[in-house]
Ligand binder design. Structure first.
Ligand code: CP
Ligand code: NVA
Length: 306
């Protein structure tokens, strides 16, 4: 049987995602109680990072170690990938040796190609198009604070980037409505808008987008790989900063999220990210717990089902 992959949130069914979040909350409680179920004993995760990472690398590596398995960090600089070995060949070789491969890369097509040739599950740890692992943590965090996210109003402010695209897929899978405020030339890709079905609406003015929101989320204005556009983007995005004026338009109990790393004074003001509505630290911590649940689903649950 072909392995299940996690390249976007659409790779799991709505029911599978709900079950995964419940399990993430359970694994978190066990972790806090000092219990580490050894569910990944003898399992090995290979982690290919073509871009920098703090949270993703540490959370995946810690998840594997805490549950009895191991993870190895691979960068193009130190592997033959950086010297031009084809993705297909790398996928065939790695997947003959390890139980799961996590990839952070640029073009989404790269990870799709890797998955096509992999005999083991492949996890998207961020591409230019999607960052689905982050959304597992974000949804877990929302549910822990406010209960079900179904039917809620979520607002995305800033760049129509990989995180925005992932929120759009989450809106469809977890059944919330997503209001997206971006400058006109930085709107999300039209094909992703179409795949969000009727769950996403686009704005250029952040005011109507954020009014009455239950959750407000943003991200850096220049993502990894766009560093040379930083100065231009700071000008274009100036009126899209999530600050206390904008947050005051959301519901009084609205939460603020940011996948991190953040640039205080650019996409978010310091008083918002460090303020009482911000849940960014739990959001980051939940990467650990939700990815344990994801790894368990791909490595254990699927192996039993197949
Ligand atoms: N949010 C996130 O993926 O962070 P890192 O780039 O540090 O992994
Ligand atoms: N949009 C950001 C997310 C970082 C976790 C980037 O791609 O750099």
């Amino acid at each position: 049987m072909a392995p299940r992959h996690f390249l976007t949130l659409l790779d799991l069914s709505k029911d599978e995602l709900q079950t995964l979040i419940v399990r993430a909350i359970e694994l978190k409680a066990m972790h806090k109680a000092g219990q580490c179920p050894q569910i990944f004993k003898n399992k090995v995760l290979a982690m290919i990072f073509e871009k920098s990472s703090t949270r993703t690398r540490v959370s995946f590596e810690a998840a594997m170690s805490q549950c009895g398995g191991s993870a190895m960090f691979l960068s193009p600089r130190d592997t033959q990938l950086g010297r031009g070995e084809p993705i297909e060949d790398t996928a065939r070789v790695l997947s003959s040796m390890v139980d799961c491969v996590m990839v952070r890369t640029y073009a989404h097509e790269t990870i799709e190609l890797f998955a096509k040739y992999s005999k083991v599950p492949v996890i998207n740890a961020l591409t230019d198009m999607f960052h689905p692992c982050q959304l597992l943590a974000d949804i877990q965090t929302y549910i822990e604070h406010r209960g079900s996210i179904q039917g809620k109003k979520v607002t995305w402010i800033g760049d129509g980037n990989n995180m925005c695209h992932s929120y759009m897929m989450a809106a469809r899978q977890f059944d919330f409505s997503l209001a997206i405020a971006t400058p006109a030339e930085y709107q999300p890709h039209a094909d992703v808008v179409a795949r969000a079905e009727d769950h996403a609406s686009l704005y250029t003015d952040p005011v109507p987008a954020v009014t009455g929101a239950d959750l407000v989320s943003t991200d850096v204005w220049a993502s990894m790989g766009q560093e040379e556009e930083q100065a231009k983007r700071i000008q274009v995005f100036e009126s899209y900063q999530v600050n206390s004026r904008l947050m005051s338009l959301a519901k009084p109990d609205a939460l603020f999220m940011h996948c991190l790393p953040a640039h205080r004074g650019e996409e978010v003001s310091a008083d918002v990210i460090d303020g009482p509505q911000s849940v960014v630290w739990e959001q980051a911590e939940n990467r650990l717990h939700s990815q344990k649940a994801l790894l368990e689903f791909l490595l254990i649950t699927q192996a039993v089902t197949q």
